[in-house]
Ligand binder design. Sequence first.
Ligand SMILES: Cc1cc2nc3c(=O)[nH]c(=O)nc-3n(C[C@H](O)[C@H](O)[C@H](O)COP(=O)(O)O)c2cc1C
Ligand SMILES: [Mn+2]
Length: 461
Amino acid sequence: MPFSDLREYVEKLDKEGELARVRKEVDPKFELGAICKTAHEKGRKALLFEKVRGNEMPVATELLGTFKRIAIALDTDETDLFSEVVERTKVSVEPTVISDGPCKEVIVKGKDVDLNRLPWITWNNTEKAPYLTAGLVIVKDPEYGRNLGVYRMMYAGRNQTFLRLSPGHHGYEYYKNAEFRKEKKLDVAVVIGTDPSIFLASQFVPGIDVDEFTIAGALRRKPVELVRCETVDIEVPATAEIVLEGQVGIPAEIGDEGPYGEFCGYSVGTVVRERLWTIQCVTMRKNPLYHGFYLCKGINEEGVLKSVTASVQIYNELRPGHPAIKRVYCSEAGIGIFHCYIQIDERLKRPGMVNNILAASVGVKGSRVKHVFVFDDDIDITSPEEVEWAIATRVQADKDIFIIPNTFGLRLDPSATSEGVTAKMFVDATKSKDFRSEGLALPPEEIWQQVRKNWDSYFVA
Ligand SMILES: Cc1cc2nc3c(=O)[nH]c(=O)nc-3n(C[C@H](O)[C@H](O)[C@H](O)COP(=O)(O)O)c2cc1C
Ligand SMILES: [Mn+2]
């Protein structure tokens, strides 16, 4: 059974020993972030901050920060996570609209809106203002439909935050389309705290006209139940903890945004001119649970999430045209989108095939791959040791590597241009036909198995 809301998932994590409750009061400025970062060194549990200074709301972070927790969110096993997500995302499950839901238990409108009631968190050293980081941003367009994405929001006042709609993401395209239609504004709803499968769904990049709620429905194998907002023509999950309703003006009000500690592990650039949006209505559950998302240098929750969504998406799009592909893994240390490892069935390998697969990886929807590698199927592509060994022993740089210059990557990559223009490298790390090997340097299988079985006996007199 899927989780009906965030609370139910957090309870489940607690039961599974996956949650650490932070009982001591913490400072939302830097201390809370430092606890998230330290938790990465100490077992990577999900965190529930029970007392955040100056605020009533408890804060949950690191909720999908490991493959195990993503598996729990989807009610599956960690070992089956890839194949399960591949299977589930082959269908789409439309949401349903119902008349009421607990997200309307508290309704605050107009002058009474005060975003200072939210726990505003300053996560990392470079940040000059606090950020709302786990807001699911929902926008609509007459041509494209409905879109769900997560865009960072820097605090700006009682009823305003920044909204970073980055080029290349659909939120930006929806805004542009509204601008081209000469609209005066783009309505926006932001949801904080839902069933975690909805957050996971938001990180897939389907076509621009695909509603990510249909992916959430597929992931949770049950339609997401939505309710209409109070003041905008947008639907939100009925069991959401907090909903903000408002709009970005066209032209938008612009201000200085950043720096922010981003998922690439840096704060890129100093300050950028960014859009603001204005909130006219807040609806909430009673005693809402606030969801926070911590990004930092080192493996972080976004890298883990993107590792799942990007690997599945690349597999699902490439495999029908390239049946030799057995598995795709975008490593979480490679921030989940830059390093892509593709494993192929050696028996199906034909001359030229590997380079076709490598080149095709760039064309996957929303693909930001930067360094792509193809491996034979004797390599476990999820093992950094095996991956490095294959690159060390199977790659000849003059024959096996090609580069495409001047492609679009990610603005947050500090080695790319400020517009995100980057080179991409493609590596054939499979054995070439001239590969010289009589076999692997390992003991005979039968004897090795026997030694393993009798291991302890070798050490008793
Ligand atoms: C914590 C977090 C913060 C993010 N911040 C931004 C952001 O500020 N701007 C942006 O365009 N994408 C941001 N993203 C990435 C998008 O949410 C993601 O790429 C999503 O798939 C975009 O969906 P869309 O193409 O439908 O807009 C963030 C993701 C996470 C998990
Ligand atoms: Mn989208």
